[in-house]
Ligand binder design. Structure first.
Ligand SMILES: Nc1ncnc2c1ncn2[C@@H]1O[C@H](COP(=O)(O)OP(=O)(O)OP(=O)(O)O)[C@@H](O)[C@H]1O
Ligand SMILES: [Mg+2]
Length: 170
């Protein structure tokens, strides 16, 4: 039976850390589904449609990478897709506690589903979507930390809604 893995997250936006984990998963499993969580945050920077579009574009040449969205319990989605594995990325010890808790809860909810943790290449271990958004909004360079398409979209968003919009300008 082919092994199908689900890599869930909010991907707001997709970073090169995510890309690294997805590429590793695509080598390890027959198919990896990048499952973008609906409503993870009340006010995401990138809409669901944008996040799906970006992820599909980045992996357009990898036929065993699929992009989908999901809502509700992750184990229900995984079972519905007839997948056997949940993939999660580990950056540092700080990720461990939360991830360990989630993995054990999911194991209890559905003991047939296995959670697999993967480490990204060292140069991506400090990247998070939140940090990318923060640094970019303050004018920092994120080149090489996110796919080029994400960098372009970030620039467009910032131009449309500059930081400090609504505040008194200097
Ligand atoms: N740089 C990275 N290296 C390895 N794994 C990562 C990296 N960034 C995120 N992940 C993992 O990818 C999965 C999805 O994470 P998520 O969508 O929350 O991204 P994030 O970068 O942590 O975003 P946020 O800052 O909004 O929480 C999680 O398992 C997370 O640990
Ligand atoms: Mg996170």
């Amino acid at each position: 039976m082919p092994t199908l893995a689900v890599y869930p997250g909010s991907f707001d936006p997709l970073t090169n850390g995510h890309v690294d984990i997805i590429s590793r998963g695509a080598r390890l499993f027959d198919r990896i589904i990048v499952a973008i969580l609906v409503n993870a945050e009340k006010a995401p920077l990138f809409s669901m449609e944008e996040r799906v579009e970006i992820t599909r574009a980045v992996f357009r040449d990898q036929p065993n990478v699929e992009v989908d969205t999901f809502d509700g319990l992750l184990v229900d989605y995984v079972a519905r897709r007839r997948a056997q594995v949940i993939v999660r990325g580990l950056r540092a010890v700080s990720d461990f506690e939360f991830e360990f808790q989630m993995a054990l809860m999911n194991q209890r909810l559905d003991p047939t589903i296995e959670t697999i943790f993967m480490m990204p290449a060292e140069q991506y271990t400090y990247i998070s979507s939140r940090l990318i958004k923060e640094v970019f909004a303050l004018g920092g360079r994120v080149h090489g930390l996110v796919p080029d398409m994400v960098e372009t979209r970030l620039r467009e968003k910032l131009a449309a809604q500059p930081i400090g919009a609504g505040k008194k300008s200097r």
